[in-house]
Design a protein around this ligand. Structure first.
Ligand SMILES: [Zn+2]
Length: 308
């Protein structure tokens, strides 16, 4: 079975400004790493635009329309100090969400074993009514809602190993027991949510990690808490918010992961998907701000997907 890679050049045209860490160079670095001969067997798909109806399963339609209408014709339009629109941002946001939706369709149809979406802007901070933290639409939450609504899946899990807590995904899921959200993240750190006490309706598992935690603490969080909770939930598809900013080289946080930790967690999640979800796993890029560490970590992650 094959691994699909979804991306779109429009995702390079979202430009939050010079010196912004969430730069087009991030996606260029990931795509360059996936162009080397060992990744030749990836099946490459062009990300379609998400439909407004897809987005509206998570974000109220008036919010989505206002966000797209705020995209400037030239220059920049700031939503907040971190979250900035450029003329290419609307198309990028639609393609980023559309990639994850299309990847879910491909994996459920059996056209691929699993998929990775190399897209930006990222999504996991975007709350139903609030774009924030470099994120416009919540790509992974939109894909989860699509898996349930369009394919009738009864249980959909999102696992988020980005160094930041996915407050947006949690906000979208916390009252819905058919959706499950598990996150490891550094605490204290932006956005400030993600304490272990935030449990939704029993469908949220947050494992905050202290600054300077490394692979030992990270793996213990998965082995001790997140994987057992996922086994109890029995997801019919596993979605992954794959941010690589918990890497020891990342400038935005202080966790100490290395590439082998990303390989380990990817293999664990693939095994989980094999146990409960016919192997169905869709991963999408969230953060990761050291270009070399991001490229190497994403390549490691995709290499694991390809050997599933
Ligand atoms: Zn992050």
């Amino acid at each position: 079975m094959t691994t699909m890679l979804y991306t779109h050049e429009a995702c390079l045209a979202h430009d939050p400004g010079r010196h912004h860490p969430e730069s087009p160079a991030r996606l260029r670095a990931v795509l360059a790493a996936l162009e080397t001969p060992e990744f030749q067997a990836l099946r490459r798909g062009e990300a379609p635009r998400a439909e407004l109806a897809d987005i509206a399963r998570i974000h109220p339609r008036d919010f989505a329309e206002r966000l797209l209408a705020a995209v400037p014709h030239e220059g920049h339009a700031a939503i907040d100090a971190d979250t900035v629109l450029s003329p290419g941002s609307g198309e990028a946001a639609l393609r980023a969400a559309g990639a994850v939706v299309a990847a879910v369709d491909a994996v459920i149809a059996g056209a691929a074993a699993n998929a990775f979406c190399a897209v930006r802007p990222p999504g996991h901070h975007a709350e139903p009514r609030h774009a924030m933290g470099f994120c416009l639409f919540n790509n992974i939450a939109i894909a989860a809602a699509h898996a349930r609504a369009a394919h009738g899946l009864a249980r959909v899990a999102v696992v988020d190993f980005d160094v930041h807590h996915g407050n947006g995904t949690q906000a979208a899921f916390e009252n819905d027991a058919t959706l499950f959200y598990a996150s490891t993240h550094q605490m204290p750190l932006y956005p400030g949510t993600g304490s272990a006490r935030e449990r939704g309706v029993g469908n949220i598992v947050n494992v905050p990690l202290a600054p300077m935690s490394g692979g030992r603490e990270f793996r213990a969080a998965y082995s001790g808490e997140i994987l057992p909770a996922l086994d109890a939930f029995r997801p019919e598809i596993v979605l992954v918010s794959a941010g690589f900013d918990a890497h020891r080289s990342d400038p935005l946080a202080e966790l100490m992961l290395v590439e082998s930790d990303y390989a380990w967690v990817t293999d664990q999640l693939l095994a989980l998907a094999a146990r409960h979800a016919k192997g169905r796993l869709v991963s999408t890029l969230e953060g990761g701000y050291d270009l070399a560490a991001l490229a190497a970590s994403a390549a490691t992650h995709v290499r694991c997907l390809m050997t599933a």
